[in-house]
Every structure is written in C-alpha cells, then in structure tokens.
Ligand binder design. Structure first.
Ligand SMILES: *[C@@H]1O[C@H](CO)[C@@H](O)[C@H](O)[C@H]1NC(C)=O
Ligand SMILES: *[C@@H]1O[C@H](CO)[C@@H](O)[C@H](O)[C@H]1NC(C)=O
Ligand SMILES: *[C@@H]1O[C@H](CO)[C@@H](O)[C@H](O)[C@H]1NC(C)=O
Ligand SMILES: *[C@@H]1O[C@H](CO)[C@@H](O)[C@H](O)[C@H]1NC(C)=O
Ligand SMILES: *[C@@H]1O[C@H](CO)[C@@H](O)[C@H](O)[C@H]1NC(C)=O
Ligand SMILES: *[C@@H]1O[C@H](CO)[C@@H](O)[C@H](O)[C@H]1NC(C)=O
Length: 555
C-alpha cells in the first residue's frame, strides 16, 4: 500500500518532466530561429508537402553537405555572386546559422565588347596603363571579408561575353582577397559554381575542381596561382609584362600545392616543339634548338615526335639538343582527310608533359635571337597577338595538366577552329589570354615593298618564318618572292639571318636541311614563272650560288 502514493508521485514527476520537455520543445520551436537543429535548407519539394510537421525534414544541398564534411564545419559565411534570381535552396539559406552576403558590383557597360578587351593592335612602345583597357567594375573588396565560401552563377553566354568574364573575375578577386593575407598566408576558402555553366577554365583550373555533380561545381583554388591571374590585365588591351613581375614566382616559390607547403622545388620549365606526320620540319627543329642553345638558355628542350620520324633522324635531333618523347598524333575530328592541317591537334599533347610546371611551346619555323628564359614568369596562356582578337599559337606559355588535356580533347569534338588549325581551336578555348610583346613573335610578314627591305629588328627576341621556309629555298634566295600567294613573306636580310644559324651548325646536322629533288624542282619552276611574268623585284635574275642546289644551271 505504501507504494501507491510513491507510484502516484512518480507519475506526477514523470508527467511534469514530460510536459516540461514538451513545453520546452514547443517554445524552442516556436520562438527561436536560433534553434539547435540546422534547419537551413528546404527544397521546393519540402514546401509542397503539407503533411510535414515539426521538425521540418531538412534537405541540405549535396554541395553544402560535402563542404561540411570536407571542412568539419557547418557554419559558413557565404558570398553570393550573381545569384539573385536564386534557386530555392539558396534562397532558404537565409537563416542565422549561415551568414549570407550579397556581393554588389556594377555590371560592366553593355557597350563594351570583346574586341575592346582584345584589340588587334596596341601601342607597345608607351608605358602600359590600366586605362588602356575598358573598365570592368569590381566589388568593394574590403566590404567582403572572412568569407568561407563564394557561391556564384556563371552566365551561360558564349566564350567572348564580357559579363561572363566579369563574374569570373569578381569571384577570383573575392577568393584571393579572403584567402590570402598580405604575406600570402593561406586561409581555406572554397567556391561553388551553380547553374548550367561551368567557370572559365582560363581562370579556374580543372586541377582545383574537387567536386562536380549536375549543375554544381566545387573548386578549392590554388590561390597563389589565382592571384597571378588577377594581377593580369583584364584583356590583351594592355601588355602583360608589369603585372607578371608583380606576381612573380608566387606559386612556384612554395610549390604548386594549395596548402601552405613551404617545401619549395626548383621550377621545372622547358621549351617544347612538336614534329608529326612527316620529316619536312626536322631541319627547322634542329636550327631552332641551335638558336635556343646559342641564346644561353638554361631550360630543357623537349621534342614530341610521332612515328613518322626515323631512328637516324631521332639520333640527330638528340644531338641537336632535344630530349625526345614519342607521342601518338591527334587528328582534328573536323578536318577533311588528307588535308595539310588534319593532324595539327597533335600540339595539344604538350599539356600531358606534367613533369614540367610550365612550357613555352615554339613552332619549328622559329629562330631565337635573344634569351627568353625570363618569360617563364607569365601564366598560361600568354602569347603574342596575331590579327583580330586572337593570339598567334606559334609561341605561347602553357601549364601542363592532365585534366586540361582531357578537357581540350573533349572540346575538339564540339569546337570548330576558325582556320582548321590548332591556333583557331586554342583561341576558342583560351579566349582570355595575356599579351606578350610582338617582339617575341616577330612575324616575317610584310605588306609593303619598303618593309620587305627591313633589317632584322634589333629588339626581336624570336623570328617566326612565315611562308616558304628558309630551308625550302636557296641560301642566297628567298623563294617567297616568286610565288604570288607568298608575296607578303619575302625579306632578303631576315632570310640571310636564318642561314647564319645554319652556318654555325655541325655538318652532320646541316645535312637535314638539304634540298630534296622535289624542293629544287619547285623553286626552279616558280622562278621560271616569275621570270616570264617579269616580276618587278627582279629576284629571278639573281645568280644563285647555294651549294645545296642539285644542279648548277640557274633556272
Ligand atoms: C567525409 O569525408 C571523408 C574524408 O574526409 C570521406 O571518407 C567520407 O566518405 C565523407 N563522407 C561523406 C558522407 O561524404
Ligand atoms: C556605356 O558606354 C557608352 C559608350 O562609351 C557611354 O556612352 C555610356 O554612357 C555608358 N553607360 C554607362 C551606364 O556608363
Ligand atoms: C557571343 O556573344 C557576343 C555578345 O554576348 C556576341 O556579340 C557574339 O556575336 C557572340 N559570338 C558568337 C560566336 O556567338
Ligand atoms: C609538400 O610538397 C612536397 C613536394 O612538392 C611533397 O612531397 C610533400 O608531401 C608536400 N607536403 C604536404 C604537407 O603537402
Ligand atoms: C598545321 O601544321 C602544319 C605542319 O605541321 C603547318 O604547316 C600549318 O601551318 C599548320 N596549320 C595551321 C592552320 O595551323
Ligand atoms: C620587264 O619590266 C621592266 C620594268 O620593270 C621593263 O622595263 C621591261 O620592258 C619588261 N620586259 C618585258 C619583256 O616585258
């Protein structure tokens, strides 16, 4: 009997405890937005489910869960870039658990077009000022500090859309501002791109992508490399030089890891060229190597060759200074069978040379006349201008990366090159590029009679022998004079300059520059035609002395 009251007492206690809890839970649910459950994300589906009662079933976006797990943190300060017309889950982020900041910036003037950022020509002889480029407004960066994550929507317009570039640059600036202090000390920061379009690969390296599902990409950027990018001018409207010096070595000094890894390594850098499909440029590759060695370069010389080059030739190419790597050539899937540029995409293989941090690619019809080694401080993709808004792919700096190579290969299927060659393709993919001075890629290209008499320019670093190649002509006769379609290319003095390098080569290498019977016949035929047409430059009258000729008769 004595136990009854104690039973009742126990019941009472239990009831009061339970009701206290119910009251507590009720209170905490109804009053506090700061409740303990992280009721942060609700999808549209949740709102449509009227049967749901407290606590609402929480569905966080997968990317958020990924970041929580990755960072062992569940409270983020997130900067929103171009995400006002929000997907529902982002809108519902507005909760005390997460600090959302809209990043404000003035949209770039609609009248600014790509050609304004990438003009065909700029005056390189005046001090380079940022006012040479149209303004691309950035946010007040000092107003956006301590961000853990930047969430951005990249516009889906084509590759030459200025607003798309602006959004990418705003994100890059926010990341560097929040992730690196003034001593370049790194703080963890992530960027999430949402929407159907991925970020620009010129700015956000695929190597830094850590997660991708559907319309969401997460990057953990290598901030030191990214910093170098934002120090570049917004376009090729300005030379890249002064900026590259500011950003000098920042990422290489500490290795390329995105963490604070101080175990520096000596930057691995090389010049590289490619021979494929025939041996017709072997002489060019040999003389190029000789000229790079004469320039006292300390970099490696890498030559990619396919199986069209014989063992004997490979031996001589090694002797000339090249380290040889055998590749399988790459076909342009849009090229007609048998055309001259069917296999030009073989050049893309240079991105697979990941034992190097950076490579300067050079076409085999180049000669160096000065040391270019200090140009390795520029980031991918720097090159000299060509025409319109494009760069010339004859010489360019790239950063090898297997995932970039894979991306490029995928793009060969969809992107059509404007000239069917690698230059057109690369300009589609790397539409945001950095301008090197024209003297790095002096084009043997002259529109007037006067300019065809130019001497070799004293400040030229490297000459690009356009048109018929010197070794396909006579030593003392630039055969570009005789062919109407090549009339922009002849220049006797610059032609002679090439043969100076030839003369400095050992004889066993010179023999790769011998004339074949076909070449000799072609030169004679064209010369005959020039004579009949009575070309006014009268080069066809020259008494040729080149001992490489296969017979002494003049025409
Ligand atoms: C969380 O991260 C660890 C590695 O850090 C991984 O092994 C695990 O699968 C992740 N869990 C989820 C749910 O993603
Ligand atoms: C945009 O640029 C054009 C041409 O330079 C100028 O006339 C116009 O005022 C600018 N618009 C704004 C909003 O700045
Ligand atoms: C790309 O977009 C710009 C403006 O957004 C337009 O002027 C241009 O014609 C477009 N180019 C192509 C190839 O569609
Ligand atoms: C730092 O970099 C070196 C070489 O690049 C590497 O061997 C080492 O594992 C890295 N250390 C950390 C902590 O990432
Ligand atoms: C393709 O490559 C060949 C030889 O390798 C070269 O002569 C030609 O100029 C290249 N074509 C283009 C469009 O780049
Ligand atoms: C060839 O051209 C020169 C001037 O360039 C002229 O004097 C000469 O008569 C021409 N010869 C013939 C055969 O047309």
């Amino acid at each position: 009997m004595g136990s009854k009251p104690s039973h009742t007492k126990l019941k009472l206690v239990t009831i009061s405890i339970v009701s206290f809890f119910i009251a507590f839970i009720y209170l905490s649910i109804s009053h506090s937005p700061k409740r303990h459950e992280t009721l942060i994300f609700h999808t549209l589906k949740d709102h449509k489910q009227p049967t749901q009662i407290f606590p609402r079933h929480v569905i966080k976006p997968k990317w958020y869960k990924y970041l929580e797990n990755k960072t062992k943190n569940s409270k983020f300060k997130i900067g929103l870039v171009n995400v006002h017309e929000t997907p529902i889950e982002v809108k519902d982020l507005h909760d005390k658990e997460v600090d959302l900041v809209n990043v404000h910036f003035r949209r770039v003037n609609k009248s600014v077009i790509w050609k304004d950022l990438f003009p065909e020509w700029i005056n390189e002889n005046v001090p380079q000022k940022s006012s040479q480029c149209p303004e691309i407004p950035m946010p007040e960066l000092k107003d956006y500090v301590d961000l853990d994550v930047v969430l951005a929507r990249v516009p889906c317009e084509n590759a030459t859309n200025v607003f798309r570039l602006q959004v990418n640059l705003v994100v890059a600036n926010l990341l560097v501002k929040n992730g690196l202090d003034s001593n370049d000390i790194y703080r963890e920061i992530y960027v999430v791109f949402i929407g159907p379009c991925s970020p620009m690969l010129e700015i956000f390296r695929c190597d830094d992508q850590i997660w991708h599902e559907g319309n969401v990409w997460i990057y953990k950027p290598d901030l030191r490399r990214l910093k170098q990018k934002i120090l570049m001018p917004v376009g090729s409207c300005q030379l890249a030089t002064p900026f590259a010096v500011q950003g000098r070595e920042v990422w290489r000094k500490y290795g390329s890891s995105s963490t604070s890894n101080k175990s520096a390594h000596k930057p691995r850098e090389a010049y590289v060229t490619v021979l494929h499909s025939s041996e017709s440029y072997v002489c060019g590759a040999i003389s190029l190597a000789q000229s790079i060695i004469l320039s006292k370069s300390t970099k490696d010389l890498i030559l990619l060759v396919d199986n069209s080059i014989s063992q004997e030739t490979l031996h001589s190419l090694k002797l000339a200074g090249w380290k040889i790597k055998i590749i399988e050539r790459i076909r342009n899937p849009h090229a007609k069978r048998g055309t001259y540029n069917e296999w030009n995409y073989s050049k893309l293989r240079i991105w697979q040379l990941t034992e190097y941090d950076k490579l300067i690619f050079v076409d085999a019809d180049f000669l160096f006349f000065k040391n270019l080694d200090h140009f390795f401080v520029f980031p991918q993709l720097s090159a000299a201008g060509n025409c319109r808004h494009v760069f010339n792919s004859g010489i360019m700096i790239i950063e090898p990366s297997e995932c970039t190579f894979k991306t490029l290969m995928e793009k060969t299927l969809s992107v059509v090159s404007y000239n069917g060659g690698d230059q057109g393709f690369l300009n589609e993919v790397f539409s945001w590029w950095h301008r090197w001075p024209a003297k790095l890629n002096f084009l043997k290209n002259f529109q007037t009679d006067e300019s065809r008499k130019y001497e070799y320019p004293k400040d030229a670093y490297a000459m690009h022998y356009l048109g018929l190649k010197p070794w396909m002509c006579y030593k003392d006769y630039d055969c570009n004079w005789d062919v109407l379609e090549y009339r922009d290319f002849p220049n006797d003095l610059i032609h002679a300059k090439w043969w100076q390098v030839y003369d400095s080569m050992p004889e066993e290498l010179q023999k790769f520059c011998d004339l074949t019977p076909e070449m000799d016949t072609r030169i004679r035929l064209e010369r005959q035609k020039a004579k009949i047409s009575n070309f006014s430059d009268a080069h066809w009258k020259i008494q040729v002395k080149d001992p490489r000729r296969l017979s002494d008769s003049d025409i």
